[in-house]
Design a protein. Structure first.
Length: 149
């Protein structure tokens, strides 16, 4: 609870009396307990009770926010059995400097088996699918491979 003092041209928060450690942790934007202890020791927050904030408590929201996903297992070799079975595709852009053909997007495709790379330049994002289909048709004609094995 915050009580406001309404004097002439002066709005100040006088106090917020509550001794719940976790409530103060949440009120101050999920600040660390060491930061809260510094604020108490230097008397920087009006109304912050002078209590010791223990590091042994934890907040569920902070624990979920600091979770780190496990990294993927390392691949020792190539897992695909033939070219063009798996493609890695990335669309970059818009670039600040346009190409000679006024293209501002770059579509990069990398074959997982051979690491061969194709680069296509596009004028807009909506050209991506059509250019990818054209690429597939051209590549299917050149390589004797079944796509969805």
């Amino acid at each position: 609870m915050c009580i406001l003092s309404l004097s002439q041209n002066n709005l100040t928060c006088l106090s917020a009396l509550n001794y719940d450690i976790m409530l103060w942790h949440k009120r101050l934007g999920h600040a660390s307990f060491s930061l809260l202890n510094k604020l108490v020791s230097k008397n920087l927050v009006v109304g912050l009770p002078s209590i010791k904030f223990n590091d042994d408590k934890f907040c569920d929201a902070c624990a979920r926010g600091k979770q780190v996903r496990n990294s993927f297992k390392l691949k020792n070799g190539v897992t695909t059995t033939h070219p063009l079975k798996l493609l890695h595709v990335d669309l970059c852009g818009p670039m600040r400097i346009t190409s000679r053909g006024a293209k501002i997007y770059v579509l990069v495709m990398v074959d997982d088996y051979s690491r061969f790379t194709w680069t296509l330049f596009l004028a807009s994002k909506d050209e991506t699918f059509e250019n990818f289909l054209v690429f597939l048709k051209r590549t299917e004609k050149r390589v004797d491979t079944h796509w969805f094995l």
